[in-house]
Structures are given as structure tokens and as C-alpha cells.
Design a protein around this ligand. Structure first.
Ligand SMILES: *Cc1c(COP(=O)(O)O)cnc(C)c1O
Length: 234
């Protein structure tokens, strides 16, 4: 029988994660407040998420739009993030619920979001920085063009870039990918496209968030590091 985390277990993990975020931020010449800790709540039940909220976590990320749709009415005071791949027929579940869509990787998806949105939607462009065929995201060399095309859409505001780095034993192996993401965001910022700011770099997960922060991440997406191992059987 899988036991979900108790509030006390989450509290202990959160304290450790907070310490590491703060230290990594300082190593990169920034402050703790410059980094957003996004709690990845996929597969977590409502009571576990309530405990997380009581411990002070205010941003939740899910990869399935239907899960945001289901969990959303159970909470007040939470900012929701769509972090997983988004199909156009699922946009309707999340559009008026999320503060940021991390995973736009095609003009078509951007156009569909823009068409359905009642007000400008904040999005990140997902980049497949490692070239791993199993990963979503646009190729790094195509990111600038996609951002420039998205910038022309009425109801889209590009707020930065996102990536899912490979799962590696040693997080140092991902440092070069995080560096490339940072360079890409600086390049794109220098183009001064309308409705585009590169204020966010969403990168780093449980395994590698300290390295990601050192290389400029402003949002780290942490699931296992807060809630323990996920049970996908439910
Ligand atoms: C699941 C998930 C995470 C969190 O992964 P952990 O290794 O559990 O921290 C972050 N980002 C995305 C896009 C995910 O799907």
C-alpha cells in the first residue's frame, strides 16, 4: 500500500528545498525572492495538496489539463501552472484557470490559445534543449522564429522559456543545457519583440534544480523533492 506524504514529511522536505534554493540563488548573485518554487502536484491527492498550501506553497503545477480542471475548485489562493504538453482540444480546461502555460511549442498551439482567450494569456515557449527525441519542445535554433511569430498574436504574452532537461545521475551533466537556455533567452530578449519579455526561465526539477538556479532559472518545478515518489497506479 502506497502511503502519501504526511504534512510533517512535506514540511521537512520543504525546509531542505528552501535552504538549497536560497544557497543556489546566492551563488548566482540573486535573492531567494527572485526564484519561484513551483510545487508539482501531479498525481497528488487534494489532502496532500491542502497540507502543502498550509505550509505556505502557493503555486501548483500540473501536467494534465483535466487535473487542473478537477482540482481547481477545491482551492482558493493558489496560482496554477500548466507544465505538461498541451493539446489544442484541452485548452478550454485551463485557459481561465492558469497564470502561466509553460509548454507552448508550436505556432498552431499559440494561435488556438490566442483565439480562445478573453484576455492576453501568459505563456512560456518550451525548448527541447537536449535534442532528446522523447521530449516535447521546439528545437533551440527554431525558438527565436517561434517567439517572433507568437509575438504577433493578439492574446499571447511570451514571458520566457521553459525546458525539461534529461534525467541524469549527476546534475552537473545538465549544466551545459541550462547555460544554453540562458544564452537563448538573452539572445531573444535582445530582439525586443512586441509583447515578449524573457523574464522567466522555467528549468530545473528535483534532480537538478540547484544547478539550474546557478545558471539563471527563475522558476524551478519540484515534485518528488517535496512530496516523495509519485504513485502512477491510481
Ligand atoms: C513531473 C514534472 C516535474 C517535477 O519532476 P520531479 O522530478 O518530481 O521534481 C517538473 N516538470 C515537469 C514538466 C514535469 O512533468
Amino acid at each position: 500500500m502506497f502511503m502519501s506524504s504526511t504534512k510533517q514529511e512535506i514540511a521537512l522536505r520543504l525546509e531542505a528545498v528552501e535552504g538549497k534554493i536560497k544557497a543556489a540563488a546566492e551563488r548566482s548573485g540573486r535573492k531567494r525572492e527572485d526564484i519561484l518554487l513551483l510545487a508539482v502536484t501531479k498525481t497528488m491527492d487534494i489532502p496532500v495538496m491542502k497540507a502543502a498550501q498550509e505550509l505556505g506553497l502557493t503555486h501548483f503545477g500540473e501536467n494534465k489539463p483535466q487535473e487542473i480542471n478537477r482540482k481547481y475548485p477545491e482551492f482558493e489562493g493558489i496560482s496554477w501552472h500548466q507544465i505538461g504538453h498541451l493539446q489544442t482540444n484541452k485548452i478550454k480546461y485551463i485557459l481561465d484557470k492558469v497564470c502561466l502555460i509553460h509548454s507552448v511549442d508550436s505556432l498552431h498551439l499559440g494561435e488556438e490559445i490566442s483565439k480562445r482567450a478573453q484576455k492576453p494569456a501568459d505563456i512560456l515557449v518550451e525548448v527541447n534543449i537536449s535534442g532528446d527525441e522523447a521530449k516535447h519542445g521546439i528545437k533551440p535554433e527554431e525558438a527565436d522564429t517561434l517567439v517572433s511569430e507568437l509575438s504577433k498574436l493578439e492574446n499571447i504574452r511570451v514571458k520566457g522559456l521553459m525546458t525539461v532537461a534529461p534525467f541524469v545521475q549527476n546534475p552537473e551533466e545538465n549544466r551545459r543545457f541550462f547555460k544554453k537556455m540562458y544564452e537563448l533567452s538573452v539572445d531573444i530578449q535582445s530582439k525586443n519583440y512586441d509583447n515578449v519579455t524573457m523574464e522567466h526561465l522555467s528549468m530545473g526539477m528535483t534532480n537538478d534544480y540547484e544547478v539550474a538556479i546557478e545558471e539563471g532559472a527563475t522558476i524551478v518545478r519540484i515534485g518528488t523533492g517535496l512530496f516523495g515518489a509519485r504513485d502512477y497506479s491510481k
